[in-house]
Design a protein around this ligand. Structure first.
Ligand code: EPU
Length: 337
């Protein structure tokens, strides 16, 4: 256990928060030992995966940060049509997705290039380009932080929703995800419908993409729109896309006929928060330290030298402004600690 550790390398915003105690986990046994230790029982704890969806709003975390860095990929079943594959929580998500695409196994390709680790992916049911983690998720193995016992969560147990799961809500902070099992298909149609995938493929002269070509196309599309966290601090989309009543949408559409929207199964309408933020005038806004990314308004960025609360303050100003302009409340998808 180390003390007074700067968490800058462990959060993609790149803020200088200091953890009172910090420990890195490289195998599951270490988790079991840690849970039984006196210090763990006494102190507040934060389970940290890649730190790609977390905002440290204070300069000091008064407790133990547990950094999960377990590695390993295992094929549990290699059938005629499908594969069941287990990845340990600390595996790098984009590397893992590339590996499955290179093997020709379908299911994760549209989730290419999302920064983070495998263990964090179920927590917010990561999604992009028309696919979500839950579409290929089979189960995950966890450890109950209170008792130290193992528990398997089947898909139904996880209560997946849009950027939601039981691990973010009812059971928040209660379980450590140690590994995730995915069910991938050896043959499946590619999902090319979303956004500008088709346009990109056409522009690059790719008529019938292979799985790997689609994977690489998604990487290129993301690179063009989203900041590279190695260069500019961010946590990807900062807010969730709000879902509003149809009547409210129809009223807004009179003033904003070009507002993009997606019908939801429950008769409601999802509106892109990036569009709302841009049309409230925030796209590209910046001060010395933080700002709104100029190519994607849903992404708040840290240019360096700032504090977590600079982002918290900016997010609040944006929320107030979107509410005042459109009457729509937007809420963060990032985990604010
Ligand atoms: N838009 C604007 N201005 C902007 C940004 C977006 O007008 O500054 C409009 C776009 O023109 C488009 C619509 O909003 O009509 C949607 O934009 P985009 O396709 O970029 O997707 P998004 O809804 O902003 C979501 C996910 C992203 C994911 C993309 C692609 C959420 C919160 N975000 O963004 O996920 O990569 O779709 O599938 O659902 C993340 O969660 O960290 C993340 C990056």
């Amino acid at each position: 256990m180390k003390t007074n550790v700067n968490l800058r390398p462990y959060n993609s915003f790149g803020f200088d928060a200091v953890a009172k105690c910090f420990t890195e986990i490289n195998d599951i046994q270490q988790i079991e030992e840690l849970i039984q230790s006196d210090i763990f029982q006494l102190e507040e704890h934060l389970i940290l995966s890649g730190g790609n969806n977390v905002l440290f709003q204070n300069d000091f975390f008064d407790g133990i940060v547990v950094y999960i860095n377990t590695k390993g990929i295992e094929i549990l079943k290699d059938g005629e049509n499908e594969v069941i594959i287990r990845a340990q929580a600390g595996e790098d998500w984009p590397d893992f997705v590339r590996y499955t695409a290179e093997k020709g196994w379908h299911g994760l390709e549209n989730l290419a290039h999302i920064p983070g680790k495998v263990g964090a992916a179920p927590v917010q049911n990561i999604g992009a380009y028309g696919m979500e983690l839950k579409d290929s998720f089979l189960r995950c193995e966890t450890i109950d932080i209170a008792s130290g016992t193992k528990r398997t969560f089947a898909k139904e147990d996880c209560r997946f929703g849009y950027r939601e799961s039981v691990f973010k809500n009812r059971l928040k902070g209660q379980y450590i995800i140690t590994s995730v099992d995915f069910l991938l298909k050896k043959n499946a149609p590619l999902h090319l419908e979303y956004g500008n995938i088709k346009v990109y493929l056409e522009q690059n002269g790719i008529e019938k993409p292979t799985l790997l070509q689609l994977h690489d196309a998604i990487c290129a599309i993301r690179d063009a729109k989203l900041p590279d966290v190695k260069q500019i601090g961010s946590a990807g989309s900062f807010f969730k896309n709000p879902v509003i009543e149809k009547a409210q949408f129809e009223a807004l559409q009179k003033d904003y006929p070009n507002m993009p929207h997606y019908d939801e199964p429950n008769g409601k309408v999802k509106v892109p928060a990036g569009w709302l933020i841009e049309h409230a005038g925030w796209k590209g806004w910046r001060n010395e330290h933080v700002g709104v990314y100029d190519k994607q308004a849903l992404v708040l960025v840290h240019y360096g030298g700032g504090k977590g609360h600079d982002i918290v303050d900016l997010a609040q100003r944006i929320q107030d402004s979107v509410k005042a302009t459109f009457g729509i409340a937007i809420s963060p998808e990032v985990n604010i600690v």
